[in-house]
Design a protein around this ligand. Structure first.
Ligand code: TXA
Ligand code: MG
Length: 327
């Protein structure tokens, strides 16, 4: 693995590596992606193996230009074109009916494909240079915290990744909003920092959650995902201090992610921003930092229950899923 500054030379090398079926980690505005040529099944196999991801889970195809939609998707509804025109490049993934050639290893065996045009200048340069679709899940091992720096990527992978393009810290910080445009109604499959009301203003009514009992396979939708190794517990603001003291008095080493600066003595403290965009930007870095402290518990204060926080709330719920299921 080589971590490279994203010079023109490095972009050309990365594009050439993709062309020969190798894996390249690229910065996007959301999180770092682990990229492979989306038309090369051997490269896709390498991608799934490197991530340790079950092959029935689909990956997002990253494109350089909106006119590539019609290459990768069919029956593209008008709503998709409007969303593309207004929100791309940006942190929005659209689920559409796949074109015939699109490999089932991209779509996890489904007849739909996830498409996104990222806005990060390095991702854009690489995609323009490469010219084709780049399949890129977040560049972390399956089920772990997504990377927001090149260091995070280097921490999770070794020889299996050829090049990491270092584009600094990701601006948005959590994964793209995923909207499904294949049903009767638009549906958010994964909330992110493109908010439901932004989508509604452009494309009409949108359901805020996957259909009940939906069988759509999307790993970000598994209950436990984006998880630190340290058991993580989510509690309301009212119960936060009491729960912290309770854990500590039972001898547990506790660190905390909270809005309150005055929580008392603990093994590690991150005081979170009250601005959801800033909170999202810092979230994964904060969880990684707390995870390194070797505490028994990461105690996380829950966030407000409105749309602006829905992406953050979703990631916190999943980070804490193992603990809350234990009660
Ligand atoms: O912000 C992002 O979306 C980042 C960056 C790298 O672009 N990528 C990302 O990829 O988060 P990944 O694989 O970690 O998550 C992609 C999500 C998964 O939940 C996947 O199942 C879902 O997109 N997805 C992809 N294609 C799909 C499809 N055809 N139907 C339903 N879900 C799909
Ligand atoms: Mg992921």
């Amino acid at each position: 693995m080589r971590v490279l500054r994203p010079t023109d030379e490095a972009i050309r090398e990365a594009s050439a590596a993709l062309r020969t079926g190798l894996l390249v980690a690229l910065p996007t505005e959301t999180v770092y992606g682990l990229g492979a040529d989306a038309r090369n099944d051997a490269a896709l196999k390498r991608l799934y193996e490197a991530k340790g991801r079950p092959t029935q889970h689909p990956v997002i195809v990253h494109l350089a230009n909106a006119d590539q939609i019609d290459e990768w998707a069919v029956d593209v509804p008008e709503a998709a074109r409007r969303l593309a025109a207004q929100l791309w490049p940006g942190p929005l993934t659209m689920i559409l009916r796949k074109a015939g050639f699109v490999s089932l290893s991209v779509t996890g065996g489904q007849d739909t494909v996830g498409l996104r045009i990222p806005s990060h200048p390095v991702a854009r340069k690489l995609l323009l240079e490469f010219g084709g679709g780049v399949a890129a899940p977040s560049a972390n091992k399956f089920g772990r915290i997504s990377p927001t720096t090149a260091d995070d990527v280097a921490h999770d992978f070794e020889e299996e990744v050829e090049i990491v393009l270092d584009g600094g810290t990701c601006e948005v910080g959590i994964e793209s909003t995923i909207v499904d445009l294949t049903g009767d109604q638009l549906r958010i499959l994964r909330p992110g920092m493109i908010l439901p009301e932004q989508i509604e203003a452009i494309a009409g009514k949108v359901q805020r959650a996957p259909a009940p009992g939906s069988t759509t396979r999307a790993p970000g939708m598994l209950k436990s995902h984006y998880a630190p190794r340290t058991p993580t517990e989510l509690v309301t603001s009212e119960k936060f201090s009491a729960r912290l003291r309770e854990l500590q008095s039972s001898g547990r080493k506790v660190c905390a992610l909270t809005f309150q600066a005055q929580v008392g003595e603990c093994a590690g403290l991150v005081v979170a921003s009250v601005d959801p965009r800033r909170y999202a930007h810092e979230l994964y870095g904060s969880l990684r930092k707390l995870d390194r402290l070797g505490a028994d518990v990461i105690l996380v204060e829950s966030v407000p229950e409105d749309d602006a926080w829905s992406g953050v709330a979703d990631r916190l719920k999943r980070a804490a899923a193992d603990c809350s299921s234990r009660g």
